[in-house]
Design a protein around this ligand. Structure first.
Ligand SMILES: Nc1ncnc2c1ncn2[C@@H]1O[C@H](COP(=O)(O)OP(=O)(O)OP(=O)(O)O)[C@@H](O)[C@H]1O
Ligand SMILES: [Mg+2]
Length: 313
């Protein structure tokens, strides 16, 4: 298979970059605490015991992860399947409890908050999931789906909820008439817009997006990523973007962490990683970005028509 030169791919990329775009997530001398601070995060999962006379085995999904993200910036997490990306997302979202280590959002230790305070704090951090088909309940209308985080907060009246839902739908490029529809009436890209609207409705400071575009067509991926960029510039949202695709992360992120077997093995701006990747896994990731070769398919079709090539590759 032909592989990149990923540098060319990035240079040729039509992707727009965040206006902030600089690698300054840890600004020296900056007196503001980071929006998100993850310290020595460890998560081990016990495996079912197979032998009564031996201690139970464990999966070491995360083995001491540290990073900070300043408000309004985007941090990308890349890594192969099983490297711990979704585990990290669940811990940052306080959907799972760490074996050890801490997650501070806006200075609060999320895993130490009493249940009532955590419920209230959830306004500030929301999640967008990978699967726009599975993450929206097919039995509920869009209005109910999008207002779900407000229902959990129990603060807004039904009319206020509907008004806010119409507002966020407009912000993601849908119409208020769509509130009455069911998820099956939308395309994959539109469903992911609904999922983003649901995340936006509490006006969160942080959105954790776990592979938000990997289930979408490439053309639709760029639309959804551009929407996320626009929303960031309008509302100053901070993103933690998880992906196995460096091109997706390059579209949106100021800094990237490479996770490998539950540890951070490399970090830098997307450009730094593309130009100076140190870790063999990062280099493998870069060489896996497919090369775009304009004209190659056309040449191959011509060969096929002439009977020279038997199969299309
Ligand atoms: N609830 C769980 N119980 C046991 N093991 C788990 C659990 N959740 C995750 N793991 C294990 O932890 C490791 C990391 O899983 P995780 O889902 O975080 O990977 P990932 O990087 O998100 O992978 P993918 O790219 O395939 O989504 C894997 O070995 C997985 O099998
Ligand atoms: Mg995952």
């Amino acid at each position: 298979m032909n592989t990149t030169n990923a540098t060319d791919l990035i240079a040729a990329s039509a992707y727009s970059k965040s206006a902030k775009g600089q690698f300054d997530l840890n600004i020296p001398g900056d007196s503001h605490p980071p929006l998100l601070q993850v310290t020595q995060l460890v998560r081990h999962y016990p495996l079912p015991r197979t032998n009564l006379f031996q201690p139970p085995q464990q999966v070491q999904a995360l083995q001491g992860v540290d990073f900070t993200v300043a408000a309004g910036h985007s941090l990308g997490i890349v890594g192969e399947s099983g490297s711990g990306k979704s585990t990290l997302a669940r811990l940052v979202m306080a959907l799972d409890t760490p074996t050890s280590g801490t997650v501070h959002l806006l200075g609060r230790n999320l895993h130490r908050l009493p249940a009532g305070e955590l419920r209230h704090a959830r306004r500030d951090f929301q999640m967008v999931f990978q699967d726009p088909y599975g993450s929206l309940d097919p039995h509920h209308k869009v209005e109910r789906i999008v207002t779900e985080p407000l229902q959990a907060q129990r603060t807004a009246s039904r009319d206020e909820q509907r008004e806010q839902a119409a507002q966020v739908l407009a912000q993601v490029g849908l119409r208020s008439a769509d509130l009455e529809k069911y998820p099956h009436e939308f395309s994959g890209g539109q469903r992911q817009r609904i999922a983003i609207a649901r995340a936006l409705i509490t006006r969160p400071r942080l959105i954790v997006a776990d592979e938000p575009v990997s289930a979408l067509d490439v053309s639709v991926q760029a639309q959804v990523l551009n929407l996320m960029l626009d929303l960031q510039q309008e509302f100053g949202i901070t993103y933690l973007l998880i992906s196995h695709d460096l091109a997706v992360v390059n579209h949106l992120c100021d800094e990237v962490l490479v996770l490998y077997q539950g540890r951070i093995v490399e970090r830098g701006t997307p450009q730094q990683l593309f130009h100076h990747a140190q870790h063999p896994y990062t280099r493998a990731l870069i060489s896996a970005v497919p090369r775009i070769e304009p004209g190659r398919a056309r040449a191959r079709r011509a060969l096929m028509a002439a009977g020279v090539a038997r199969t299309m590759v």
